[in-house]
Design a protein around this ligand. Structure first.
Ligand code: SF4
Length: 241
Protein backbone atom coordinates (compact mmCIF):
# COMPACT_ATOMS: atom_id res chain seq x y z
CA UNK A 1 0.00 0.00 0.00
CA UNK A 2 1.30 3.47 -0.89
CA UNK A 3 1.94 5.99 1.82
CA UNK A 4 -1.02 8.24 2.52
CA UNK A 5 -0.52 11.92 1.77
CA UNK A 6 -1.53 15.02 3.73
CA UNK A 7 -4.31 15.65 1.20
CA UNK A 8 -5.50 12.04 1.30
CA UNK A 9 -5.40 11.30 5.02
CA UNK A 10 -8.69 10.31 6.63
CA UNK A 11 -8.88 10.34 10.40
CA UNK A 12 -11.74 9.28 12.67
CA UNK A 13 -11.70 10.94 16.06
CA UNK A 14 -12.57 9.69 19.55
CA UNK A 15 -12.58 12.92 21.50
CA UNK A 16 -11.97 11.47 24.93
CA UNK A 17 -10.82 8.07 26.12
CA UNK A 18 -9.83 6.85 29.55
CA UNK A 19 -8.69 3.41 28.37
CA UNK A 20 -6.52 3.82 25.28
CA UNK A 21 -3.44 5.47 26.82
CA UNK A 22 -2.29 3.93 30.12
CA UNK A 23 -2.73 6.46 32.93
CA UNK A 24 -3.80 9.33 30.70
CA UNK A 25 -6.95 11.01 29.46
CA UNK A 26 -6.46 10.94 25.71
CA UNK A 27 -7.97 11.72 22.36
CA UNK A 28 -7.64 8.91 19.84
CA UNK A 29 -6.97 9.52 16.15
CA UNK A 30 -7.88 6.48 14.04
CA UNK A 31 -6.07 6.66 10.70
CA UNK A 32 -7.89 5.21 7.71
CA UNK A 33 -6.10 2.56 5.64
CA UNK A 34 -4.17 -0.57 6.51
CA UNK A 35 -2.02 -2.83 4.36
CA UNK A 36 -3.15 -5.94 6.23
CA UNK A 37 -6.53 -7.55 5.81
CA UNK A 38 -6.87 -9.55 8.99
CA UNK A 39 -10.12 -11.49 8.47
CA UNK A 40 -11.03 -10.95 12.14
CA UNK A 41 -10.54 -7.15 11.94
CA UNK A 42 -13.44 -5.13 13.42
CA UNK A 43 -12.42 -1.91 11.70
CA UNK A 44 -13.84 -2.43 8.22
CA UNK A 45 -14.75 1.26 7.71
CA UNK A 46 -11.25 2.36 8.71
CA UNK A 47 -9.29 -0.29 6.89
CA UNK A 48 -11.20 0.14 3.63
CA UNK A 49 -11.66 3.89 4.24
CA UNK A 50 -15.31 3.56 3.39
CA UNK A 51 -18.10 5.23 5.25
CA UNK A 52 -21.56 6.27 4.20
CA UNK A 53 -21.25 9.31 6.48
CA UNK A 54 -18.65 11.75 5.11
CA UNK A 55 -18.37 13.55 8.45
CA UNK A 56 -16.93 10.34 9.95
CA UNK A 57 -13.48 11.42 8.74
CA UNK A 58 -11.51 14.61 9.29
CA UNK A 59 -8.11 15.70 7.95
CA UNK A 60 -4.71 16.42 9.52
CA UNK A 61 -5.39 20.10 10.27
CA UNK A 62 -8.83 19.54 11.81
CA UNK A 63 -7.43 16.75 14.00
CA UNK A 64 -4.68 19.03 15.29
CA UNK A 65 -7.14 21.90 15.81
CA UNK A 66 -9.29 19.63 17.99
CA UNK A 67 -6.31 18.52 20.05
CA UNK A 68 -5.04 22.06 20.48
CA UNK A 69 -8.47 23.18 21.68
CA UNK A 70 -8.59 20.41 24.30
CA UNK A 71 -4.96 20.52 25.34
CA UNK A 72 -5.84 21.51 28.92
CA UNK A 73 -8.01 18.49 29.58
CA UNK A 74 -5.88 15.91 27.73
CA UNK A 75 -2.74 14.16 28.87
CA UNK A 76 -1.99 12.46 25.60
CA UNK A 77 -2.99 11.52 22.09
CA UNK A 78 -3.22 7.98 20.73
CA UNK A 79 -2.40 7.46 17.06
CA UNK A 80 -4.20 4.29 16.06
CA UNK A 81 -5.88 2.80 13.05
CA UNK A 82 -6.18 1.30 10.55
CA UNK A 83 -2.44 1.84 10.49
CA UNK A 84 -1.00 5.27 11.37
CA UNK A 85 2.52 4.56 10.05
CA UNK A 86 1.15 4.61 6.50
CA UNK A 87 0.66 8.37 6.88
CA UNK A 88 3.61 10.15 5.27
CA UNK A 89 3.36 13.23 7.53
CA UNK A 90 3.22 11.26 10.79
CA UNK A 91 6.56 12.75 11.99
CA UNK A 92 5.17 16.27 11.49
CA UNK A 93 1.99 15.39 13.32
CA UNK A 94 3.82 13.85 16.29
CA UNK A 95 6.11 16.87 16.48
CA UNK A 96 3.12 19.24 16.54
CA UNK A 97 1.33 17.23 19.26
CA UNK A 98 4.44 17.14 21.44
CA UNK A 99 4.95 20.87 20.81
CA UNK A 100 1.65 21.59 22.52
CA UNK A 101 2.75 19.59 25.54
CA UNK A 102 0.94 16.28 25.05
CA UNK A 103 2.36 12.77 25.09
CA UNK A 104 1.95 10.51 22.07
CA UNK A 105 1.12 6.82 22.00
CA UNK A 106 1.49 4.94 18.71
CA UNK A 107 -0.43 1.73 17.96
CA UNK A 108 1.13 -0.18 15.08
CA UNK A 109 0.97 -3.48 13.21
CA UNK A 110 4.74 -3.37 12.62
CA UNK A 111 4.58 -3.43 8.82
CA UNK A 112 6.45 -0.14 8.32
CA UNK A 113 9.86 -0.28 9.98
CA UNK A 114 11.15 2.51 7.69
CA UNK A 115 8.64 4.91 9.23
CA UNK A 116 9.59 3.78 12.75
CA UNK A 117 13.26 4.45 11.93
CA UNK A 118 12.33 7.90 10.73
CA UNK A 119 10.29 8.64 13.88
CA UNK A 120 13.07 7.45 16.18
CA UNK A 121 15.63 9.79 14.57
CA UNK A 122 14.76 12.67 16.92
CA UNK A 123 13.05 13.02 20.30
CA UNK A 124 10.64 15.54 18.73
CA UNK A 125 9.20 12.86 16.45
CA UNK A 126 9.54 9.81 18.73
CA UNK A 127 6.33 8.54 20.34
CA UNK A 128 6.35 8.33 24.14
CA UNK A 129 4.68 4.91 24.17
CA UNK A 130 4.21 2.21 21.55
CA UNK A 131 1.83 -0.75 21.34
CA UNK A 132 2.93 -3.40 18.82
CA UNK A 133 0.40 -5.96 17.61
CA UNK A 134 1.71 -9.52 17.43
CA UNK A 135 -0.81 -11.64 15.58
CA UNK A 136 0.65 -14.98 14.50
CA UNK A 137 4.17 -16.37 14.09
CA UNK A 138 6.12 -14.00 11.77
CA UNK A 139 6.35 -16.69 9.10
CA UNK A 140 2.53 -16.88 9.04
CA UNK A 141 2.04 -13.18 8.21
CA UNK A 142 1.83 -14.22 4.54
CA UNK A 143 -1.55 -15.76 5.44
CA UNK A 144 -2.99 -12.41 6.51
CA UNK A 145 -0.96 -10.22 4.16
CA UNK A 146 -0.50 -12.15 0.91
CA UNK A 147 -0.03 -8.89 -1.00
CA UNK A 148 2.41 -7.28 1.41
CA UNK A 149 6.01 -7.83 0.39
CA UNK A 150 8.33 -9.02 3.12
CA UNK A 151 5.68 -8.83 5.87
CA UNK A 152 7.67 -11.26 8.02
CA UNK A 153 10.89 -9.24 7.67
CA UNK A 154 9.03 -6.01 8.40
CA UNK A 155 7.55 -7.39 11.61
CA UNK A 156 10.94 -8.67 12.77
CA UNK A 157 12.62 -5.35 12.00
CA UNK A 158 9.90 -3.28 13.70
CA UNK A 159 10.02 -5.45 16.81
CA UNK A 160 13.79 -5.05 16.96
CA UNK A 161 13.58 -1.28 16.54
CA UNK A 162 10.95 -0.96 19.25
CA UNK A 163 12.77 -3.35 21.61
CA UNK A 164 15.97 -1.31 21.33
CA UNK A 165 14.38 2.13 21.21
CA UNK A 166 14.34 2.88 24.93
CA UNK A 167 10.69 3.92 24.45
CA UNK A 168 8.12 2.47 26.83
CA UNK A 169 6.15 -0.16 24.95
CA UNK A 170 3.81 -3.12 25.15
CA UNK A 171 2.86 -6.06 22.96
CA UNK A 172 -0.70 -7.09 22.17
CA UNK A 173 -2.07 -10.40 20.94
CA UNK A 174 -5.64 -11.47 20.25
CA UNK A 175 -6.53 -14.95 21.47
CA UNK A 176 -7.58 -16.09 18.00
CA UNK A 177 -8.87 -19.62 17.53
CA UNK A 178 -6.08 -20.18 14.94
CA UNK A 179 -3.17 -19.20 17.21
CA UNK A 180 -1.00 -22.06 18.44
CA UNK A 181 1.75 -22.67 20.95
CA UNK A 182 4.23 -22.57 18.05
CA UNK A 183 3.05 -19.05 17.15
CA UNK A 184 3.63 -17.84 20.70
CA UNK A 185 7.09 -19.41 20.83
CA UNK A 186 8.03 -17.75 17.52
CA UNK A 187 6.63 -14.39 18.60
CA UNK A 188 8.41 -14.54 21.94
CA UNK A 189 11.71 -14.32 20.06
CA UNK A 190 10.69 -10.82 18.96
CA UNK A 191 9.84 -9.50 22.39
CA UNK A 192 11.78 -8.03 25.25
CA UNK A 193 10.60 -7.68 28.85
CA UNK A 194 7.71 -5.28 28.15
CA UNK A 195 4.18 -6.29 29.13
CA UNK A 196 2.49 -8.60 26.63
CA UNK A 197 -1.29 -8.32 26.79
CA UNK A 198 -3.59 -11.08 25.57
CA UNK A 199 -7.15 -10.10 24.76
CA UNK A 200 -10.14 -12.25 23.89
CA UNK A 201 -11.35 -12.45 20.31
CA UNK A 202 -15.01 -11.45 19.92
CA UNK A 203 -16.83 -11.98 16.62
CA UNK A 204 -18.95 -9.20 15.08
CA UNK A 205 -18.43 -6.82 12.13
CA UNK A 206 -15.39 -8.83 11.03
CA UNK A 207 -13.74 -7.95 7.72
CA UNK A 208 -14.37 -11.53 6.60
CA UNK A 209 -18.02 -12.17 7.59
CA UNK A 210 -17.36 -15.91 8.01
CA UNK A 211 -15.38 -14.96 11.13
CA UNK A 212 -18.61 -13.71 12.71
CA UNK A 213 -19.68 -17.34 13.02
CA UNK A 214 -16.57 -18.33 14.95
CA UNK A 215 -16.94 -18.68 18.70
CA UNK A 216 -15.45 -15.97 20.88
CA UNK A 217 -12.32 -17.02 22.76
CA UNK A 218 -13.07 -18.20 26.25
CA UNK A 219 -11.54 -16.77 29.40
CA UNK A 220 -9.73 -20.09 29.75
CA UNK A 221 -8.16 -19.92 26.26
CA UNK A 222 -7.03 -16.34 26.85
CA UNK A 223 -5.59 -17.26 30.23
CA UNK A 224 -3.79 -20.26 28.75
CA UNK A 225 -2.04 -18.05 26.18
CA UNK A 226 -0.94 -15.63 28.89
CA UNK A 227 0.33 -18.59 30.95
CA UNK A 228 2.25 -19.87 27.92
CA UNK A 229 3.87 -16.44 27.49
CA UNK A 230 4.90 -16.42 31.16
CA UNK A 231 6.34 -19.91 30.80
CA UNK A 232 8.63 -18.44 28.17
CA UNK A 233 9.88 -15.89 30.73
CA UNK A 234 7.81 -13.00 29.35
CA UNK A 235 5.31 -10.72 31.09
CA UNK A 236 2.05 -12.26 29.82
CA UNK A 237 -1.07 -10.51 31.08
CA UNK A 238 -4.75 -11.12 30.35
CA UNK A 239 -6.56 -7.96 29.22
CA UNK A 240 -5.30 -4.63 28.01
CA UNK A 241 -3.13 -1.93 29.53
S1 SF4 B 1 -6.75 -5.85 12.70
FE1 SF4 B 1 -5.34 -4.09 12.62
S2 SF4 B 1 -3.71 -4.76 11.27
FE2 SF4 B 1 -5.41 -6.15 10.89
S3 SF4 B 1 -6.54 -5.27 9.17
FE3 SF4 B 1 -7.46 -4.48 11.06
S4 SF4 B 1 -6.46 -2.53 11.45
FE4 SF4 B 1 -5.18 -3.67 9.98
Amino acid sequence: MEHITHAGVKIALRKTSLVDYPGKIASVLFFGGCELRCPWCHNRELVLMESTEPETFIGHDDALAHITKRRNVLGGVVLSGGEPTLYRDLPVMICRIKDIGLSVKLDTNGMNPAMLEKLFETTETSPDYIALDLKLAPQRYGEIAPNVKKAEDSLRKSAELIRNSGIKHEYRTLALPIITEKDIIALAELTGSAPWYVRAFKPGNCLDPSWNDIDASTERATGMLADMIRTLGKDGIVGSS
